[in-house]
Design a protein around this ligand. Sequence first.
Ligand code: SF4
Length: 334
Amino acid sequence: MSELDSYYSYNVGKIVEEIRSRKSKKVLIQLPDGFKHYSTKLLGRLTKLLDNVEFVVDANPIYGSCILNNHILINYDLVLHFGHEPYPYTSHVNEKVVFLDFLSTLIPSNRLMNDLIAIIKSLSIRKVAMYSVHQHKGILGDVGRFLRNAGIDVLNNLGNATIMGCWFNDVLNYVNTADGYIVVSSGLFHSLGVGMLCRGLKHVIQLDLYRGEVRLLDDVVVKYLKIRYGKIMNSLDAASWCLINGVEGQFRNGVRERLIDVLTARGLKYLEYQSLIINQETLRNIDNEDIDVYVITACPRIPIDDLQDFEKPVLTPGEAFMILKNINEYLFPW
Ligand code: SF4
């Protein structure tokens, strides 16, 4: 069995059924960037079952379901998008796109669960809400039962508890009742997002199945919030604002219009750019003395996770609104 089939589960039957029922001949496969190296194994399996179908793998960056590369979908009968759920902020998705689960088969060891309980008890936490990234959603029920058996109250519906880097399901519904949040994810990205959404006021515990670690993230969240408040302070006197808009699901016209309204009302100058890729190089190409501050309306994680070190402040929409509307509480993501 390949590493792909040992560590991940995906529904081959559903793929075959979709392709046959739609009589698809040209199929585009989209995988999150971290899983693209499995594409040869996946193609090997699919071409054995469907030898009259032409499969092509989308090598463009796929960070989330916010961008489906609509400009190339036109060339295909069907798009198999693995490992993400439909983007909640997009009202219409191309009917050629089928979202497929790509779930980790990892389960937490007893040692890991005992570590989790130990951290929860050391913080005197009685009530939690628990969320996961897409690939770990299958284990939430088991982890929830374990916690309840240990006397911990799990408040939210674990059958619908996935989050994204800019969308946090019903996390805020529990901010007054939960003593803390548990996030099943790897890397800081999603758990940090929950911590920032809650303004660092709640404990955030990360259960990382890949590293086999339980981590209390409270200090990390506070560190990031301090950095973000520093960026906000450095932007208070900005006279010239540069909005960078994204494309597809990252083109947020409502956010953009609200920003323009408030900039105009305050008599501030602004200019707009639009880009699929937004990174240091994008800003270096644009930057000049006419720009005091950048606001990324595309992916709100770019200012926090990618452009924190840029020499001029790069803000999320929420941070921009804090300055422009005199809001003191941290506002994330918009
Ligand atoms: S965090 Fe960024 S990449 Fe992820 S879904 Fe949101 S906009 Fe897309």
